[in-house]
Design a protein around this ligand. Structure first.
Ligand code: HEM
Ligand SMILES: *[C@@H]1O[C@H](CO)[C@@H](O)[C@H](O)[C@H]1NC(C)=O
Ligand SMILES: *[C@@H]1O[C@H](CO)[C@@H](O)[C@H](O)[C@H]1NC(C)=O
Length: 342
């Protein structure tokens, strides 16, 4: 009896010890060093110039490249934090995120990151993480198509892991309901305001027919019925002819902001007010019966481009601040963004 009591209290003490150790570990995880603006100022002073120059080339050769990079950064940050995990190729040893359902046949633009990385490696080998490169490149992409500037906090590590499962579960899809998408942003520590402002990224870039077929043969006609814009009906016909109801043409693309597809401006929000959002998820921000808060934000940004730019910049910093606490311990600066270091 006494022995078993002794064992019991030993077990209790041990459990407490484990708990305390775990708490200390959680605490040390929480003290991931904050990102800083001058992180590379002495170790790689050319980093901003190199990224800007490569992004200028990429965007001037095709403005859509700006959209590709912004989206890569988003899909990176929503899976294990902004840690370059989205950039990893599948290998025998590692299952990457590129074939997860929101990404497969959809995410492109990885060569742009490769090109920047190789330039930076020749200037400052082993110093600048791929996650940081992608964050700065996304900022530059936005500026180059007419969007706002913001300072980019730096110091992220690249992960040595990726998560196919989290890529499937964390990234919102175009046919997902508003409340479910909101919960995915809240889960990342982002707000409804962040979600609406960041959705404004859809002012640039394209979507594939597969992701808007149900919308253009579904409620597009009714949501856009109230507008007096004479281009609305022809617009729907064009969309339908590029995306047959019966299937086929899944990879045909259309701009989400058909007015100024290559311009970072607030016309995306005006399009939502017209009921002409291309993705169901876009239109829901304005039209859903649950869209009380999001609807008023859409109105604000549609009327006031400066308010949109200011919130977008702030929300991009917040999204870029989603950390992978594991890469604090196990992270690295990859030599090649597609592969972990050997
Ligand atoms: C709010 C939830 C969101 C949903 C449901 C969503 C969904 C989508 C879908 C379905 C596409 C088209 C992909 C394809 O057809 O292959 C797309 C494209 C895009 N998304 Fe989002 N997205 C969301 C938020 C964001 C955020 C937060 C950003 C960036 C901060 C972003 C940036 C982009 C860009 C730039 C494109 C165009 C990419 C291209 O031209 O290839 N999206 N999004
Ligand atoms: C970034 O995250 C850290 C902790 O993870 C927090 O202390 C800091 O305030 C955040 N910065 C911004 C701009 O959100
Ligand atoms: C990155 O990893 C190094 C160790 O390899 C660590 O000292 C540093 O604090 C980490 N930084 C972040 C932001 O996780």
């Amino acid at each position: 009896m006494a022995a078993s009591n002794g064992l019991g209290s030993f077990a209790a003490t041990y459990a407490t010890l484990v708990l305390v150790v775990c708490m200390v570990m959680v605490c040390s995880y929480a003290t991931v060093p904050p990102l800083t603006l001058d992180y590379y100022s002495s170790s790689c002073p050319t980093v901003f110039d190199v990224i800007r120059k490569e992004m200028e080339c990429a965007v001037s050769s095709d403005p859509r490249n700006a959209a590709l990079i912004v989206r890569l950064h988003f899909h990176d940050c929503f899976v294990q934090g902004c840690d370059g995990s989205v950039l990893l190729d599948d290998t025998v040893m590692l299952q990457g995120e590129k074939t997860a359902s929101p990404n497969v046949n959809s995410l492109i633009g990885f060569e742009i990151v490769d090109r920047i990385k190789s330039k930076i490696e020749s200037d400052c080998p082993g110093i600048v993480s791929c996650a940081d490169i992608l964050t700065v490149a996304a900022r530059d992409a936005v500026i180059l198509v007419g969007g706002p500037y913001w300072d980019v906090p730096l110091g992220r590590n690249d992960s040595r892991t990726a998560s196919y499962d989290l890529a499937n579960s964390n990234i919102p899809t175009g046919d997902e309901g508003l409340t479910s998408i909101i919960s995915k942003f809240l889960y990342q520590g982002l707000s409804i305001t962040d979600m609406v402002a960041l959705s404004g990224s859809h002012t640039i870039g394209m979507a594939r027919c597969e992701n808007y077929r149900a919308r253009i043969y579904g409620d597009y006609e009714s949501t856009s019925a109230g507008t007096n814009d004479p281009t609305t009906k022809p617009r729907l016909n064009t969309l339908r002819s590029g995306c047959p109801a019966a299937g086929g043409g899944n990879d045909n693309i259309a701009p989400m902001d058909y007015r100024t597809p290559d311009m970072f401006d607030n016309s995306y929000f005006q399009i939502l007010i017209n009921g002409e959002g291309l993705l169901s998820s876009d239109q829901e921000l304005y039209t859903s019966i649950l869209a009380v808060q999001t609807r008023s934000l859409v109105r604000t940004y549609a009327e006031d481009a400066a308010a949109f730019f200011e919130q977008f910049a702030e929300s991009m910093v917040r999204m870029g601040n989603i950390t992978n606490s594991d890469s604090f311990v196990n992270g690295e600066v990859r030599k090649n963004c597609r592969f972990i270091n050997t």
